[in-house]
Write a protein that binds this ligand. Structure first.
Ligand code: AMP
Ligand code: GLY
Length: 431
């Protein structure tokens, strides 16, 4: 089988690395890929939303499966594009159709879906320019803090947690009246603040059955101790120490099963990953958000712990056998640490050579490339998040320490990483 992976980050390098281990996979194409994927398959310099060009490559290279990494091609309808084309409709995609990907593409759609199917989530209302006055009134009477969210995709910046009514009203007006997030902010969701511990839960589903993958926790803020600006993700760990069988059962019962049943009863076509961003509150697990794809950098912690052939799981999604698959999980912990370009998530330089990638034992640590490209066969930086290093350990602290050690062998100009990923579990792990 030939496979095409869409995307060019650490998540896609991880998929490539894992699929490369399958005997059933022949050639792997990655679009656009990065310097890491170039050593495992063929990178194609094509935009992830150029569906015509993607379709053409699938026919030319005899692609059987397309794994869609990021949300943008899904929310723009890549699955429907393939199924509407007589020559492409037999290509099997991992990713939901246009209608179902609104679970990520529109927060008001996701909230209405959860309300309809009785899935626990923060209470909310949604407003547009026409209902600005009502919205302002709702905010003024809402207890603090208040969460203001742009409805659409806003590159991870569309959520603002406000600690005063003045701030909330200002953000609300900026989004609706001044189009702070452009089209993505035509509708605004105003939501109750949930306190608790966040955890990321993933399933692979065919819209009827599902398999639960190892859970993870990601660290979004740029500074040590979860301080500073939000990023795409500075690191992740798996498993999450407080995640026990009892919590897993509750999440399945109250969230996963009603979601899958809801997709089926609403006739939403779904063959792919669902990423549940959850808040574990004193009243139990609540959904903060759905994503219609795997997380990044969660994938870098989760996929290495899965011992199954990943291709078998993707094939099962399409041949109706997912219900009989059992996920085999490596009992060891993984800790992923992301090295970023200095200045990220603000302004940063690109094009710096990366040194030391061959300096340590790859058995202990896996090096996944994110924003890198080859220049005269040398990997150079080409994005904010540059590398994600994943290591195994007997607990998360040990795994993260190993990843930090590995990163200390690597260098590029202005390289920065957090050395405290999993910090809240350090004491627990020393006991
Ligand atoms: P999102 O862009 O939906 O992933 O939201 C970004 C982050 O904002 C989440 O990971 C949470 O940390 C936080 N967040 C979003 N909604 C809420 C909420 N209702 N209560 C508390 N925190 C929230
Ligand atoms: N790490 C969070 C995400 O992928 O959305």
């Amino acid at each position: 089988m030939n496979i095409l992976i869409i995307g060019g980050g650490g998540r896609e390098h991880t998929f490539t690395w894992k699929l490369k281990q399958s005997k059933k996979v022949n050639q792997i194409f990655i679009l656009p890929g990065n310097a890491g994927t170039a050593s495992l398959g063929t990178n194609l310099p094509i935009s992830t939303t150029n569906f015509e060009a993607i379709g053409k490559v699938c026919l030319e290279e005899n692609i059987s499966y397309v794994i869609v990494g990021p949300e943008e091609p899904l929310v723009k309808g890549i699955v429907d594009f393939f199924s509407a084309d007589a020559k492409l409709k037999n290509v099997k995609l991992i990713g939901p159709g246009l209608a179902a990907s609104k679970l990520e593409g529109s927060k008001s759609f996701a909230k209405a879906f959860m309300e309809k199917h009785g899935i626990p989530t923060a209470s909310y209302r949604h407003f547009s320019l026409e209902t600005l006055k009502e919205g302002s009134e709702y905010i003024r009477n809402h207890p603090l803090p208040i969460v203001i969210k742009a409805d659409g995709l806003a590159a991870g910046k569309g959520v603002i947690i406000c600690h005063s009514h003045i701030e909330a009203l200002a953000e609300f007006e900026l989004i609706l009246q001044r189009a702070k997030f452009g089209e993505a902010g035509k509708t605004v969701v105003v939501e109750e603040f949930l306190s608790g511990i966040e955890v990321s839960v993933f399933v692979l589903t065919d819209g009827k059955d599902f398999v639960l993958l190892p859970e993870a926790k990601d660290y979004k803020q740029v500074g040590a101790g979860d301080t500073g600006l939000n990023t795409g993700g500075m690191g992740s760990i798996s498993p999450v120490p407080f995640f026990d069988k009892n919590l897993e059962q509750k999440i399945k019962e109250k969230i996963i099963v009603p979601t899958i049943n809801g997709l089926a009863s609403d006739k939403l076509d779904y063959k792919g990953f669902i990423f549940f961003g959850l808040m574990i509150t004193r009243k139990g697990p609540y959904v903060i958000e759905y994503n219609c794809r795997m997380g990044d950098p969660e994938t870098e912690s989760v996929i290495p712990r899965i011992q199954n052939d990943l291709f078998d799981l993707f094939a099962a999604v399409h041949n109706g056998t997912l219900g009989s698959m059992v996920i085999q999980t490596d009992p060891r912990c993984t800790g992923t640490v992301v090295a970023v370009s200095g200045g990220y998530p603000g302004v940063y330089e690109k094009g710096y050579p990366i040194q030391g990638l061959d300096r340590f034992n790859l058995e202990d640590s896996l090096v996944f490339h994110a924003g890198t490209r080859l220049e005269n066969n040398i990997p150079v930086t080409s994005g904010g998040r540059v590398l994600a290093i994943t290591s195994f350990g007997s607990n998360v602290t040990e795994a993260v320490e190993q990843s930090v050690y590995a990163l200390e062998q690597i260098s590029f100009e202005d390289m920065y990483f957090r050395n405290d990923i999993g910090f809240e579990f350090v004491e627990l792990n020393r006991q």
